[in-house]
Design a protein around this ligand. Structure first.
Ligand code: GDP
Ligand code: ZN
Length: 347
């Protein structure tokens, strides 16, 4: 009888110092990289700076009823370069050594990645560090009041998500509190633009089941300003999870852990939640200026219609975008967000 090695497939939940926790159907296995793979990674890293695959914006179109964006279609995996290092979220094939340990033989192609520019990047050399692989959606949480929502910041999150090909789900939490009518108007605007917008309250439990349903079988990151109720929401969806994900630290009650490597946590309904280390990575994402206008979904029909081909839609003559703003077809607040982000202002 030959003793065939057992080859398993799993997802990397956590990695540190060359040791990776890989989740499989039969439990978590502690893996290291096969020597051959380590060598290949080292070569790939020195051979080229990592290229981000271009987003396939054509797939990101609002459905005719305007209620939600169709799920961004997965890229043809063969287009993607082989990762040059292993990240949390990567699917791997590994050889089981014993009950608890294994040797990673192969990384499967990534469907998406969340990367940030590494320290040491400059105008000539851009080093990208992948924080999370295969992340596919981001829940952006704002409060209807306390603190008042900052829609300029929401627009910034949305452009980052669109640029990174991540499905954005907007959650307006604390709807049990009295709030300004502008909040309702804004949530209708974002729904019209094709984003999923949910109203929620951890106090009345409104919206919680819907959010839980949307997380099923996805790899999701929760983000948003502090105090909007992210940890309360995560706890309502999956009790105990907020502490584990670092949204709350046990000691201070406020999420402040210093590790930069992300981690995935299983949701009992299926799917994964990415932890807060990835949240910081998201705000560090820079959108190239030539891509920015495309990330404002309502600008798309007008792109290419401006008088000047290199129009950046700020104060050029014959600009189709500013004309649409004047005609009240494009919302003025959204346009102002575009200008602020274009000019490099953080908020
Ligand atoms: P985080 O900083 O985004 O994680 O926010 P927390 O979950 O720590 O919540 C901040 C504060 O908002 C806490 O005092 C919560 O009790 C409160 N809070 C959370 N969810 C709600 C809600 O749905 N309604 C109201 N009125 N308050 C909430
Ligand atoms: Zn223009």
């Amino acid at each position: 009888m030959t003793n065939e090695p057992e080859i398993l497939t799993g997802i990397v939940l956590h990695g540190a110092h060359g040791i990776y926790d890989v989740h499989t159907e039969s439990g978590i296995v502690r893996c290291t990289l096969r020597g051959k793979l380590k060598k290949a990674f080292a070569q790939a890293q020195s051979a080229r700076s990592i290229q981000k695959a271009r987003p396939r914006f054509d797939k990101l179109l609002a459905t005719p009823n305007g209620r939600h964006v169709e799920r961004i279609e997965k890229r043809d995996s063969s287009e993607n370069p082989l990762p040059s290092r292993l990240s949390v979220g990567d699917y791997v094939k590994f050889r089981r050594l014993d009950e608890e340990s294994g040797l990673i033989e192969e990384i499967l192609p990534r469907q998406s990645e969340l990367a940030r520019k590494d320290v040491g990047s400059n105008a000539h050399k851009s080093i990208q560090q992948t924080m999370l692989a295969n992340l596919d959606q981001v829940v952006i949480v704002f409060a209807s009041a306390q603190p008042d929502p900052h829609f300029g910041l929401l627009d910034r999150y949305l452009t980052i998500c669109t640029s990174a090909e991540l499905q954005a789900i907007i959650v307006i939490n604390k709807v049990d509190l009295p709030h300004d009518s502008s909040v309702e108007e804004a949530s209708e605007l974002y729904a019209r633009l094709g984003y999923i917008v949910l109203r929620a309250s951890t106090y009345t439990h409104q919206g919680i089941d819907e959010i839980r349903e949307l997380l099923k079988n996805h790899i999701t990151l929760f983000t948003g300003p502090s105090g909007v109720g992210k940890s309360s929401l995560v706890n309502a969806i999956e009790p105990g999870m907020a502490i584990r994900t670092g949204l709350i630290s046990d000691v201070t009650g406020k999420g402040k852990h210093t590790t930069t490597s992300s981690q995935l946590y299983p949701l009992s309904g299926g799917g994964w939640l990415a932890d807060s280390a990835g949240i910081r990575a998201l705000t560090a994402w820079n959108i190239p200026p030539e891509e920015l206008a495309f990330c404002f979904v309502e600008f798309r029909p007008y792109l290419g219609e401006c008088e000047y081909a290199d129009c950046v839609h700020i104060d050029e003559e014959g600009c189709a975008i500013t004309q649409a703003v004047q005609d009240n077809v494009i919302d003025e607040h959204r346009y102002r967000s575009y200008v602020r982000i274009y000019q490099g202002e953080e908020r």
